[in-house]
Design a protein around this ligand. Structure first.
Ligand SMILES: [Fe+2]
Ligand SMILES: [Fe+2]
Length: 262
């Protein structure tokens, strides 16, 4: 299907923040959106991609981002769905670029549930959590049913965080891969990989420095190969489609990680 850039991308929000929004999947049961490329981002903050799955009456907001992004995210999402439809939040791990906005979402979504690795509960609660329920994901992973859509929390430990999950949607064939597949590049970069070889230099240092374990990496590659993936969606950089997913798995398998560049 064509990857539709939504009208919201060109509408200036009341906060003055414009974030690009793409609908990357749609069928009769659900939709996937990516929201990213924050033009107001300070130079010294890493840019992030946020993902949203919308079903009939529910919604899962994945890796909602840093505290500085909250106003732009809220302004963007309320153009798509009523805010109270965000019934579930997912945090792949404990990093501030993933979930430091939690204390603000906690005020906006008092009845939501946060799904995050069990190991990080005592840390993530430091971001502020009075109302939202914490649903700890066990190390082996778990499932989440949103209306008639089944989503899987897919283990990705040590990639890079020691407790870390991806989200796999077998119906849409989408793997939200968190920091795996991340690239560091300009805030106005395209949302999709169009030349895999040219993309490698933007990923290499990040994966070699952030990912500590070749054993964990190769275990993840083997399990990811068993999934049917049409799109792999990282939290930084660009989305991989079709054959570029396989190219990424081959490249990542061959890459030694846990290396301190001189
Ligand atoms: Fe991270
Ligand atoms: Fe990250």
């Amino acid at each position: 299907m064509p990857y539709k850039k939504l009208a919201t991308a060109s509408i200036k929000s009341t906060t003055g923040i414009i974030m690009q929004t793409y609908k990357i999947f749609e069928n009769s049961s659900h939709k996937w959106y990516v929201i990213g490329r924050d033009p107001d981002k300070p130079e010294s903050i890493i840019d992030t991609n946020q993902y949203l799955v919308v079903t009939k009456n529910n919604s899962l907001l994945m890796d909602p981002g840093g505290i500085e992004l909250f106003a732009g995210m809220l302004a963007t999402i309320i153009k798509l769905i009523p805010v109270e439809q965000i019934s579930h939040i997912f945090a792949s791990h404990q990093d501030p670029d993933i979930i430091s906005s939690l204390g603000l979402w906690d005020q906006a979504l008092p009845d939501a549930t946060l799904h995050s690795p069990w190991i990080w509960e005592g840390f993530i609660r430091h971001f502020g959590m009075e109302n939202i329920q914490y649903d700890p994901i066990p190390d082996k992973g778990s499932d989440l049913k949103l209306d008639h859509v089944n989503l899987q929390f897919f283990p990705a430990h040590y990639l890079h965080s020691s407790g870390n999950f991806n989200v796999y949607d077998p119906e849409a064939k989408i793997l939200m891969s968190g920091d795996i597949g991340a690239a560091i590049e300009a805030v106005d970069s395209p949302m999709f990989v169009d030349n895999f070889d040219a993309h490698i230099p933007k990923m290499k240092m990040f994966h070699q420095r952030w990912m500590p374990s070749n054993e964990a990496k190769n275990d993840w590659v083997n399990r990811a190969r068993a999934l049917d993936i049409e799109m792999m969606c990282p939290q930084h950089g660009r989305i991989f489609k079709g054959d570029d997913v396989k190219r990424f798995l081959d490249w990542f398998e061959a890459l030694p990680v846990g290396i301190l560049q001189k």
